[in-house]
Design a binder for this molecule. Sequence first.
Ligand SMILES: Cc1cc2nc3c(=O)[nH]c(=O)nc-3n(C[C@H](O)[C@H](O)[C@H](O)COP(=O)(O)O)c2cc1C
Length: 173
Amino acid sequence: MQIGLFYGSTTCYTEMAAEKIQQIIGEDTVTLFNIKDEPLSKAEQFDFIIFGISTWDFGELQEDWESHWDDIDSVNLSGKTIALFGMGDQQGYGQWFQDALGMLHDKIAPQSVTFLGYWPNTADYEFEASKALTEDKRHFVGLALDEDSQYDKSDERIATWIEQIMTEYSEQL
Ligand SMILES: Cc1cc2nc3c(=O)[nH]c(=O)nc-3n(C[C@H](O)[C@H](O)[C@H](O)COP(=O)(O)O)c2cc1C
């Protein structure tokens, strides 16, 4: 199995999380792509893709995702297995917590993809609103990380989420 992990990161927090995910799953399995430098079309080479995105400026996309937003429509993601993770700050931006994660999910969802890694532990966060919640509000649409307000929880969250996506992936085979 080969996983392509594509991320955009302004102040490196999403990038550091991407590197941790790569270390835990294995460098032979996960290839990292910073979308600032690499075209999103490279995602077509992988059956299993992880996308990482941070939220900026009161519910807006991270700048590299914003620059390449229209490219997503021309990448053929049909049939792919996709897991998402987001970076945000629930204390500083609780009205827009992880909004970009939700926007990315909704952008990709119309293509026939299989999402893995919906994150169930919403009670472990304190925020007012988020576009990254599922309709029943019981999950985030991907792993929600917060290096500003809950940095001490990130390592465990990443490890737990990787176990989750690997289990879900093997179950769908
Ligand atoms: C000016 C500014 C605006 C931000 N806006 C949001 C926001 O609307 N929602 C949110 O969840 N986090 C917000 N954040 C927090 C960032 O997502 C967080 O700092 C993240 O770790 C940045 O990740 P990156 O360095 O990978 O881009 C904001 C941070 C800054 C500095």
